[in-house]
Design a protein around this ligand. Sequence first.
Ligand SMILES: [Zn+2]
Ligand SMILES: [Zn+2]
Ligand SMILES: [Zn+2]
Length: 143
Amino acid sequence: MRKKEDHRSILRKSGYKATPSRLAILGVMQKSKSPMSAQEVIDALPRGADLATVYRTLKSLKEKGIIKQIDLRHNHAHYELANLAEHHHLVCMQCGKIEDVHHCGIEDVQGIVLKGSKHFSEIKQYALEFYGICKSCARKNQS
Ligand SMILES: [Zn+2]
Ligand SMILES: [Zn+2]
Ligand SMILES: [Zn+2]
């Protein structure tokens, strides 16, 4: 029950009540290995939920920075917990498969970007995802 406890305190620190629907959504996202769409969140909820409620909850969790929105070019938003270790994603442009990227040299890139910038001295945030073709799609394309 430790994880539930953690989510409770995260919600409280943000000034939110630890409602069952917020806890359920955070629990589902904790278990997921990759960023989830709203529909995937609903499918994973044990007792189901209606889309409007899930959208509303996701939006409010995002506003408090408890989860973050990620663009995987799927024509729908994806979300994941904001307190995960720094990482990015590789996304298959054919089947949508997602893989985490943990080391990509982004720290060095930030230095290069700032060095070349005329008007900026600081980078606070960035979004970095990689789009390609996964090995199983590549095999299918060949046969
Ligand atoms: Zn991720
Ligand atoms: Zn998707
Ligand atoms: Zn693929």
